[in-house]
Write a protein that binds this ligand. Structure first.
Ligand code: PLP
Length: 404
């Protein structure tokens, strides 16, 4: 369990309100439907006007295929794709941008994790190796590694998949237990930056010391990129995979960043075909927008909104809030939820609660949230927040929840 270095509190809402109001006004879907509150940004984010305008401009002034033309529009598209690779590396704080590392575009985090599992991992593992993966995180960060194991077994290469250990109380990883698990045959570790159900920052900066300098680490940053500052210089990982569409870019966008320093270089296999040029244009614009808005302030805002919600539910007998319990007390020094709060009503099914909230214009996610095999077995309601959400939306939500 980790203390916050700079603790985000509900007071951040007062301090940041003018900044936030200006940013919220840039989301046409949000301002166009004031009776609705979109509370499902962990699934996908809404898009600011700058991103929408960029896509329209691209399609109306330069649309062509990339990497295969001699004329202006084709060359502009090729330049866009290469520029966006460099933009991704810069946004992530790649310490030596693209000198040795690489950026590969995908349709989202799932495809990114599968690309690492399919195109890199099998070339790296030898018979008898072990890999460590997180079975209580999103299944997109569990199933691809099991598929890789089964594929290798068909070729006579047997590897063992071990479970990344968690601290029971906080749901954070347990670096001491991880260190005990590591052997000279440990060849790969997969982890998650921010948990998509518990909203916990998983403190992944502690993992390198636990596994030592040799083991490649793949980080699922689907819930952190676009939500908080991400700095590859500080995170000594080898792959970072994220969803562009959860970070203000169009649906069908994402990327894998590969350090290419431990094991073979990452070369996505197969025929690559036409890239998602519109999506790539939107990703460049989204990263520009996020950098200008300030990932640290976005984090403070979303964390403060989440704290307003957990403070409001604190002591409400009817609700069980999932994840670290110690962090729920309004005066707790333990890190609070990163814009994601998931709960159950003790008598009303989560599915029914989802419908009730929808009837009040409150759009939440009610289901099992694709958790891996060691995750929650029952459905729950997830509220996930971004910079366009407001304290008033949280109060509206609480007003409904607390009457049930
Ligand atoms: N990993 C985490 C932690 C997620 O929350 C999600 C999406 O919900 C994914 C992976 C899958 O992302 P995508 O929808 O981009 O495939």
């Amino acid at each position: 369990m980790t203390m916050h270095e700079e603790r985000c509190t509900v007071h951040d809402l007062d301090e940041l309100q003018d900044w936030q109001r200006e940013l919220r006004a840039q989301f046409p879907i949000v301002t166009g439907s004031p009776d609705l509150a979109y509370l499902d940004s962990a699934a996908t984010s809404q898009k600011p006007r700058a991103v929408l305008d960029t896509v329209q401009r691209y399609l109306t002034t330069a649309n062509a295929n990339a990497g295969r033309g001699t004329y202006t529009w084709a060359n502009a598209t090729t330049a866009l794709v290469e520029r966006t690779r460099a933009r991704v590396a810069r946004f992530l704080g790649d310490p030596a941008p693209l000198e040795r590392s690489g950026v590969h575009f995908t349709s989202g985090a799932t495809e990114g994790l599968r690309a690492v599992a399919r195109d890199w991992l099998p070339h790296h593992l030898r018979d008898g190796d072990e890999i460590v993966v997180p079975f209580a995180d999103h299944q997109a960060n569990a199933l691809p590694w099991l598929e890789a194991r089964d594929l290798l077994a068909q070729r006579g290469v047997r590897i063992t998949v071990r479970e990344l250990p968690y601290e029971a109380a906080s749901h954070d990883y347990d670096p001491a237990a991880l260190a005990d698990l590591v052997t000279e045959r440990t060849a790969f570790l997969a982890a998650t930056h921010v948990h998509h159900v518990y909203g916990a920052d998983m403190n992944v900066h502690r993992l390198r010391a636990a596994v030592g300098p040799r083991v490649p680490i793949c980080l699922d940053a689907a819930q952190s990129v676009g939500h908080l500052p991400v700095d590859l210089g500080a995170l000594d990982v080898d792959f970072l995979v994220f969803s562009g569409h959860k970070a203000m870019a169009l649906p069908g966008t994402g990327a894998v960043w590969a350090r290419n320093a431990r094991g073979p270089g990452f070369r996505p296999g197969g025929w690559s075909g036409t890239p998602n040029t519109c999506g790539i244009a939107s990703l460049e614009a989204a990263l520009d927008w996020l950098d200008a808005a300030g990932p640290d302030r976005i984090r403070r805002w979303a964390t403060a909104l989440a704290a307003r919600l957990t403070d409001g539910l604190y002591g409400a007998e009817a609700y069980e809030v999932l994840g670290c319990q110690e962090s729920l007390a309004p005066d707790s020094a333990v890190q609070r939820r990163e814009g994601i709060v998931t709960f159950r009503h003790r008598r009303i099914s989560s599915n029914d609660l989802g419908f009730v909230l929808a009837s009040h214009g409150l759009m939440v996610r009610a289901d099992g949230h694709c958790q891996g095999r060691a995750g929650e077995s029952e459905s729950s309601v997830r509220v996930s927040l971004h910079v366009y959400n407001t304290p008033e939306e949280i109060d509206r939500l609480l007003a409904v929840l607390l009457t049930l």
